[in-house]
Design a protein. Structure first.
Length: 311
């Protein structure tokens, strides 16, 4: 059974955790930006060139997500400024209640101001929610690259989200992390127990309060019957990726998102699962960025290439 935010995942998924006018100023790693509500957003910026901001999915942050950091470093070597940041409430970034998706969009606005506009937004899993909202809000975004946005139209996990929020409010962070994996992700309890022995488990538990952020944002999308209207303003060049070794339901979810966007193409990465290897992801991402019109307008804005694949 597919859960609200992620399809059923195997242990292998969790093992990965351990070009337009641009201000060309040098950006040093380990910087901070201040969001509109005063929250400090901590980021690393690598390289010099057009800005690419990497937005993680649920629980992802730099301390436990080495793949995203490696993608950022490889993008830097290809002539981009790659921005790898901790979303609000995670590790080195601050948090200011109450949470809203609009505040996460403001975080992106602060990062763009700090590192150079316009920016491409590359997202992993539920991080796509922030990127799509950012373009809809009118931020200076030149392109989107969405890896496996986990949206399943018509899904309604209100009961599970309510239970998760109750655990979090009670301070039961370890229990909430386990509940998220079993009730919402779909892992068996025995697999979760094995995961809980990993050295990075405390890093997952520490950011458990942010799980509710992703679930509420996903719930809002999945219960919206009209994605085309919701994303009508997302006209920037967009590519929606999935891997051919990923989990059931995610390729179809990627198909649905691409079909709902005004200017999206669809790409499948050979040999990749829900956490793509940098050596597979970066060449395809760089190719997309270098093909995308620098003014953010596509030469074929009405077309979708939902059958394209990378083999």
């Amino acid at each position: 059974m597919l859960p609200l935010c992620e399809p059923q995942l195997s242990l292998s998924f969790f093992k990965f955790l351990s070009l337009s006018e641009h201000n060309q100023r040098k950006v040093e790693p380990m910087s901070t930006a201040t969001s509109a509500d005063g929250t400090i957003i901590d980021y690393d910026a690598y390289g010099e060139g057009p800005t690419v901001i990497l937005i993680g999915g649920a629980t992802q942050h730099r301390a436990i997500d080495q793949r995203t950091t490696e993608i950022a470093k490889q993008l830097a070597a290809e002539g981009f400024t790659a921005v790898d940041y901790d979303r609000r409430g995670r590790d080195r970034s601050g948090d200011t209640p109450p949470w809203s998706l609009a505040r996460e969009v403001e975080d992106i606005a602060a990062l763009i101001e700090a590192t150079g506009a316009p920016a491409t937004l590359y997202t992993s899993s539920s991080g796509a929610t922030i990127a799509l909202a950012a373009v809809t809000a009118g931020l200076d975004v030149s392109a989107l690259a969405l890896y496996e946005p986990p949206y399943f139209a018509g899904s309604d996990r209100t009961e599970q989200i309510t239970t998760l929020e109750r655990m979090l409010n009670a301070g039961q962070l370890d229990e909430a992390t386990r509940y998220n994996m079993t009730a919402l992700i779909g892992l068996p309890a025995t697999a979760v127990e094995e995961i809980a022995q990993a050295p990075w488990w405390p890093g997952l538990v520490a950011v458990a309060p942010t799980l509710i952020y992703d679930h509420k944002a996903l719930h809002d999308i999945e219960t919206d019957p009209d994605w085309r209207s919701r994303w009508a303003a997302v006209t920037v060049p967009t590519v929606v990726y999935s891997g051919d070794q990923t989990f059931p339901g995610l390729p179809e979810a990627a198909d649905a998102v691409a079909a709902a966007l005004p200017n999206a193409q669809r790409q499948v990465l050979s040999g990749q699962d829900h956490g793509p290897a940098p050596e597979a992801m970066v060449p395809e991402l760089v190719g997309f960025l270098r093909r995308s019109p620098r003014d953010g307008q596509s030469e074929c804005s009405a077309s979708h290439n939902n059958d394209a694949s990378l083999r």
